[in-house]
Design a protein around this ligand. Structure first.
Ligand code: 1GP
Length: 249
């Protein structure tokens, strides 16, 4: 088991932004997954996230097993789309609280239901303030959660929401435009949230090029998550990795 939070904190302290690859087991065929992992052998990301709104536990376990077999040294965190997505083969689990919304089930209800199995799993639990940001269309996560995202021009609302998460003891904040978002989280909002926080900041949704990733990293993202674009074009990982390496020199 690799400790994931210290890895993210250390990189944030050193201002060395990380690249996380999100795999949605419900969306990626086995062939496509193997192709992506072969690219990842040459251009490894810093972390894999596995999960999605519609995938079942069996699919998730198969993906984690495939990751473990191909890239045994890379950390894997579950990004649960559902409270059943708990797999002790992974290293960690992002315990998401949807703090941009006012749906009590996603603020605390699901957590109560999952608490015992999370403790028994032995996974490193990463309490994460999860914030949906308006992104030009209704994303799966907005629809499934039945919550309204924070408007793109309300950076001060986003910053205060993120700060509240930190004061409540959460260890990470995740700004989410939603998978396949038309527009990623605006750099001005990333910057405003980063300025308000002492804990690491994750940004994802609609980031489909090295240029968009660089914008998010330069605005203050400590870790950028890319999913959809790599499902469509696994070779893109080489260029994303290059972009993170350029930020280390
Ligand atoms: C979605 O933030 C992640 O939850 C990644 O989004 O699939 O658009 O890269 P994409």
């Amino acid at each position: 088991m690799q400790a994931v939070l210290p890895l993210i904190r250390q990189a944030a302290d050193e201002r060395r932004p990380l690249l996380a690859v999100l795999i949605d087991p419900g969306k990626l065929s086995l062939n496509r997954l193997r192709h992506l992992l072969q690219v990842a052998v040459q251009s490894p990301p810093d972390l894999f996230l596995v999960g999605g709104s519609t995938s079942g536990l069996n699919e998730l376990q198969s993906v984690v097993a495939e990751l473990r077999a191909t890239l045994p040294h890379l950390p894997v965190a579950i990004f649960p789309g559902h409270e059943t997505q708990v797999d002790p083969q992974a290293d960690a689990l992002l315990l998401l609280s949807l703090i941009s919304g006012r749906n009590p089930e996603l603020l605390i209800g699901k957590h109560v239901a999952a608490a015992r199995s999370l403790r028994q799993s032995g996974l490193e639990i990463l309490p994460t303030g999860y914030m949906l940001i308006e992104s030009g269309k209704v994303t799966t996560v907005a629809y499934m959660s039945q919550t309204q995202p924070i408007p793109r021009d309300k950076s001060e609302v986003a910053a205060s929401t993120a700060l509240a998460a930190e004061l409540l003891g959460m260890q990470l904040v995740y700004l989410e435009a939603g998978s396949g978002a038309r527009w990623p989280v605006p750099p001005e909002m990333i910057h405003a949230v980063k300025m308000a926080l002492r804990i690491p900041l994750i940004v994802g949704g609609g980031i489909d090029s090295p240029e968009k990733m660089a914008l998010a990293m330069d605005a203050g993202a400590d870790m950028v998550v890319v999913g959809n674009a790599l499902e469509a074009d696994p070779e893109l990982l080489h260029r994303l990795k290059q972009c993170t390496l350029e930020r280390m020199v």
